[in-house]
Design a protein around this ligand. Structure first.
Ligand code: FAM
Length: 494
């Protein structure tokens, strides 16, 4: 039976459906949804194709295209005041709805990211049986192409973990089902199918790639086999070398690190389409580059300090401050935090973990991590410092007067949680973000191919074109907030 599952899982979704429930499995459910969704997008273009969704001013074109509505992204939507909704659901809603680890009660434990993956790909909350089936399917898809492990083991010491992650994932491209199918002349209506295969394979393989990078960069290079009895996050933790409660954390909370990883992988998965990693993945995928190429590109964007790398920068900033305070023999106070924040700003640097290109309030991904800390580690020293920073920095940034959003984002909190459970190597943190972001960015790429979205190719212009175009008009003094659809964006002068 197991052997039948192993081969059948990848070739034929029917087998998985029979094995875990009589309900449709993920591939079957997506297949059922396709005709309806394809008809919907055709109708949408027929009904509204010539309507204007928004505009783009010169300031927006020069200032990073903030708020320019020019992309379709089905898996999530971000509201500047409320934060992210995954297929219409907020994070607290998902915490009450999505299946949890075995024996747990829905709503009392953190959601399984496998359930979120189902939601992102179908728009539907899966049943427990469907999630168990998906977990098992990901285990079957997890083995890496033969050359990957030795490649990671031979990366130069000191190569940044994100460089390793992007390179190792790209090297798995030898196994792309889409690239092979395209070469063999697949009909365009069937593109989505091998893209779906690649997507699930990438998501299944990322934990082992990421764990190998961690074990080789920071430890002895030893890594256990995949444990098929565990869910995606718990298995990832074991491969990283951590027990259910992490390393050195309180034994009362014996599965707290597994729970943290489930929450972490769920909340970092998607943040609509315009962020650098998602947009890069979508853009590269639009050239029909397969999911290995496109997500490797997304990871390269995630590695920037203004985007995913901010999580390592936050911990570095916080620990350096803690160290400085300890060395001076003083205590952490609101005043000393404010002093440090001003020193950072006066040095011409950003305060990592604060601000956002779209959000205008505290990121709900920050809030749910704070709630996790209050539940599991309220007395943690670093958590207390992060809480003080939360009390002080928004005021400093507001007084500084530049940032449009003085509130913390997702990256302001994650490092202190990981540190509590023993994962202290902050250069590694963005890799965890990268494992999670594949869920959202690649789910959308599957839908890009189902919906037949074409090559992405916006129009660019030169500054001379702009000058000439507006030569007779006095339009360089700004613009009005006519309908609240866009904001003046800042322009970075070198
Ligand atoms: N500290 C200091 N200055 C900041 C700031 C911060 N945390 N956030 C924004 N500003 C500055 C910004 O640099 C800009 O200054 P200039 O006019 O001198 O260029 C000004 O405020 C206006 O920026 P904005 O319109 O409010 O933000 P942007 O949309 O341009 O940038 C971020 C958004 C996220 C890049 C910016 O807030 C930032 O650099 N934050 C710190 C880095 C960080 O936490 N990134 C992670 C974002 C996260 F959610 C993610 O992607 N994972």
């Amino acid at each position: 039976m197991m052997q039948r599952l192993r081969t059948g899982a990848i070739k034929n979704g029917q087998v998985w459906a029979r094995a875990f429930s009589s309900e449709p499995n993920l591939r079957q459910r997506i297949t059922q949804l396709i005709p309806e969704k394809q008809a919907e997008i055709k109708q949408l273009v027929k009904d509204h194709g010539d309507k204007v969704m928004g505009t783009c001013t010169v300031a927006q074109a020069v200032g990073g295209m903030r708020s320019v509505k020019s992309m379709v992204w089905e898996t999530s939507l971000l509201d500047s005041m409320e934060g992210i909704r995954f297929r219409g659901y907020t994070i607290p809603e998902l915490q009450k709805l999505l299946p949890v680890a075995k024996d747990g009660k829905i709503g009392e434990m953190e959601p399984l990211p496998e359930g979120l993956l189902w939601l992102l790909l179908t728009g539907e909350v899966p049943t427990e049986a469907q999630v168990r089936g998906l977990t098992a399917e990901l285990h079957e898809r997890a083995p890496l192409p033969a050359h990957i492990e030795s490649m990671i083991r031979n990366f130069p010491k000191g190569m940044h973990p994100m460089t390793q992650l992007s390179t190792a994932l790209l090297a798995c491209q030898t196994d792309s089902k889409f690239a092979a199918a395209y070469k063999a002349g697949i009909h365009k209506k069937d593109y989505w199918d091998p893209v779906y295969e690649d997507t699930l394979n990438v998501i299944a393989r990322l934990p082992r790639i990421a764990a190998l990078i961690y074990r080789c960069s920071f430890h002895d290079g030893k890594i256990p086999d995949d444990d098929k009895t565990l869910d995606y996050s718990a298995n990832f933790n074991r491969m990283l070398g951590y027990g259910p409660g992490g390393k050195g954390a309180g034994s009362a909370d014996s599965d707290a690190f597994d729970e943290l990883m489930r929450l972490y992988l769920t909340i970092h998965s998607d943040h609509e389409g315009g962020n650098v990693s998602a947009h890069a993945t979508h853009l590269v995928g639009s050239a029909l580059s397969d999911p290995y190429f496109s997500y490797s590109a997304g990871l390269n964007g995630l590695a920037g300090p203004l985007h995913g790398l901010a999580n390592q920068e936050v911990l570095k900033w916080t620990l350096e401050f803690q160290e400085k305070i300890k060395a001076s023999g003083k205590a952490v106070t609101k005043d000393s935090v404010a002093e440090q924040a001003w020193a950072t700003l006066n040095g011409g640097n950003v305060i990592p973990g604060f601000g956002h290109a779209v959000l205008r309030k505290t990121d709900p991904r920050y809030t749910c991590q704070r709630e996790f800390a209050l539940k599991h580690m309220p007395d943690d020293e670093l958590f207390k410092l992060v809480s003080t920073i939360y009390e002080v920095v928004p005021g400093v940034l507001t007084e500084h007067g530049k940032t449009k959003n003085p509130w913390p984002n997702v990256d302001a909190h994650s490092g202190c949680l990981l540190t509590h459970y023993g994962l202290t190597e902050y250069d590694y943190y963005t890799v965890l973000f990268g494992v999670s972001r594949a869920f959202g960015a690649l789910s959308q790429v599957v839908w890009d191919r189902i919906l037949g979205l074409p090559l992405e190719r916006p129009k660019s212009v030169t500054t001379e074109w702009i000058r000439n175009h507006f030569a007779d008009e006095d339009k360089f003094s700004g613009f009005s907030h006519k309908d609240g659809q866009f904001e003046q964006t800042s322009i970075n002068m070198p």
